[in-house]
Design a binder for this molecule. Structure first.
Ligand SMILES: Cc1cc2nc3c(=O)[nH]c(=O)nc-3n(C[C@H](O)[C@H](O)[C@H](O)COP(=O)(O)O)c2cc1C
Length: 182
């Protein structure tokens, strides 16, 4: 069982990193083979919309996404974490998400090799977990459309300073449990 963690926050050591790591730790405790990348440390270009991937099955951009394509195909489960920036995922996370178009065939079936569980993890400064629920639901639907087996979303709210999440023992325990269940 391989679990891939992707951190979409540019702030190293911040809340999103801690939330994703809690899920990954849970998975590792249950024997998963885990690997984590920080998207902001990678060389990721935006999709240029050439649509070569539709015909060729592969993206033509030669950057670190090529490694991530392999990691996604090798993974049984993926954990994607992002802080909310202006009501949505960070630009770093969006670069990764757009490039997943290479896995979508012209008839909207998938090039993913088998079932891949998918967990979304968010942190937000706003203390109300309900504020962005519509967006979280939309993201789950979108990853379902991309043929990922969406397991759910977790959100740590009211996180502003990088260690704020450490006070949220319930959320961190829930995150670990999500990882174990993968
Ligand atoms: C540019 C920017 C935009 C943000 N936009 C939002 C937002 O729309 N809603 C919100 O609740 N928090 C927002 N925040 C706060 C972050 O989502 C929150 O502090 C998060 O936990 C930061 O994650 P990190 O600790 O991994 O960096 C924003 C922060 C930044 C820097």
């Amino acid at each position: 069982m391989k679990v891939l963690g992707l951190i979409g926050s540019p702030r190293e050591g911040g809340n999103t990193e801690k939330l994703v790591n809690a899920i990954i730790e849970g998975a590792a405790e249950n024997g998963a083979d885990t690997k984590v990348y920080n998207l902001s440390k990678l060389d990721l270009s935006p999709c240029k919309g050439c649509m070569t991937c539709k015909a060729e099955g592969e993206c033509v951009i030669d950057d670190d996404m090529q490694e991530l394509y392999e990691e996604v195909q090798a993974a049984d489960a993926i954990v994607l974490g992002s802080p909310l920036y202006m009501w949505e995922i960070t630009a770093q996370t969006k670069l990764f998400v757009d490039r997943l178009v290479a896995f979508v065939k012209p008839d909207f079936s998938s090039r993913l090799n088998g079932n891949k569980k998918f967990v979304l993890a968010y942190t937000q400064g706003n203390p109300d977990t309900a504020t962005f629920k519509q967006y979280f639901d939309y993201m789950e639907a979108m990853f379902g459309f991309l043929h990922f087996d969406v397991q759910g979303s977790i959100v740590a709210a009211g996180t502003v300073a990088p260690d704020d999440i450490l006070a949220q023992e319930v959320v961190l325990a829930e995150a670990k449990e999500m990882g174990k269940n993968l």
